[in-house]
Design a protein around this ligand. Sequence first.
Ligand code: HXC
Length: 519
Amino acid sequence: MAVKTIDELCNVLLDKRAKAAAGGGEKAVAKHKAKGSLTARERIDLLMDEGSFVELDEFVEHRCTNFGMENKKYLGDGVVTGYGTVGGRIVYVFSQDFTVLGGSLGQMHAAKICKVMDLALRNGCPIVGINDSGGARIQEAVDALDGYGGIFYRNTISSGIIPQMSVIVGPTAGGAVYSPALTDYIFMVDKISIMHITGPAVIKTVTGEEISSEELGGAKTHNSRSGNAHFFAASEQECFQQVRDVLSYLPSNNMGDAPRVATSDPVSRAEMALRTMVPTDSNKGYDVHSVIKAVVDDGKFVEVQAMWAKNIVIGYASFDGLPVGIVANQASVMAGCLDIDCSDKASRFIRHCDAFNLPIVTFVDVPGYLPGKAQEWGGIIRHGAKMLYAYSEATVPLITVVMRKAYGGAYIGMCSKALGADSVLAWPQSQIAVMGAAGAANIIFRKEIEAAKDPQAERAELISEYEDAFATPYQAASRGYVDKVILPEETRYEVIQALKAHRTKRQALPRKKHGVMPN
Ligand code: HXC
């Protein structure tokens, strides 16, 4: 056999590379693009810094011989894997290629994903999974299921060590949805992403319900109804920018700190508008986004789960360049009451921030837990307990700003001193009490009101008496539950001072395997 020249050998490699890059071939790619979807590689390009992507395992092939599969081989086996940089930091990625066997997951496809997951964990780098797949490769049967199991296992082991992001840009069905569900965040794109355990056809057979795929498991549904998704985008371009934005607030792993955010916003910027932003009449609503934006650096707030459980607002921002997690009651939705969904939403975010060393700034204006049979029967006790649990076990700096109401159990649940708040700041209009003045007066002065000549006037008088005595920040401040009563416009400056003071906080919890969180 003639010895090949180096050029001939290099051409073999270049030919293989071109074949791998072609995915499922021209026809399949054209069909895919006709749906309005991007290819697996175009998606990676949107995610990564330009030209930084390094592909691994591009020549991996499946080994299946069932149902004529030996004649259906594609280099790369339907998933593009590797690493690159996002904002200059290494991030691992896998991107399923729907043009190859519907992006279905077989043994080698899964092995490629597991390899980058292992590398990401070992090197302490975030991983982004781009999901576009028909699910378990049917021809590979139990090997495909075992592949999923390996991914779920790695998702769980990596949780809280490296940030894991799941982008859904196609179908994700059956047990395949559980890998995204085990990661930090799920990003979905309108009219492109679908997630469900059982699809419309199965549902129709089993329950008789008729529903479209989009309504059942589209981006809007999971962002606004189920709470499974965390970010909604109108396009894939917007979606990958969201992933980049979120990663910019996170450290590469749990052993490091997030990079500082560039800002020239003055530390002592006093926003006088804060005096009127939150009405002193505690029955009046307002949008807490305006408060957050008025105090954080450059008004920049990256909200998480903006469309679900809107009575609490969570997300990322920075103070003097230091990235933080924000948790805030939203008085304009259900008066900011804590309910089942918002407790789930906030407690998971608190744990996420704690895992990744992000200080948490909590803005409080909460009248209590939402009353009602649906809430009680739905388990508000165990769901609400998650807030207590998450704040209590958090060891990152915890700064609490009481803006107005902080009543009863919800006062405790929104990161009170007793749960571990390092600094509690309160505005002059704060009302830190067991309950609102009207409710309190009705209970403790019932006899006096009933016996009065003019019960209405007596009631008003007693409410006002109660308000003067208890519905202020000063009783809590006199006991040290509030560290400092501040003017609203001093909030930015005071939060930054508190964050600086607690940056070196080191708190170790008693050693244990892990706690048993309420579910
Ligand atoms: C093998 C698959 C496949 C699969 C799609 N394909 N899904 N091959 N295993 N799971 C192939 C198709 O045969 C087709 O091949 C190509 O991918 C494109 O699929 P189309 O059906 O033409 O595309 P489209 O019309 O866009 O429909 C996409 C789809 C549909 C909705 C995803 O393909 C579908 O319903 N697939 C089956 C989904 C499913 O039931 N998966 C198993 C879920 S259970 P050709 O050669 O014709 O181009 C599961 C268990 C996981 O995943 C458990 C984890 C614990």
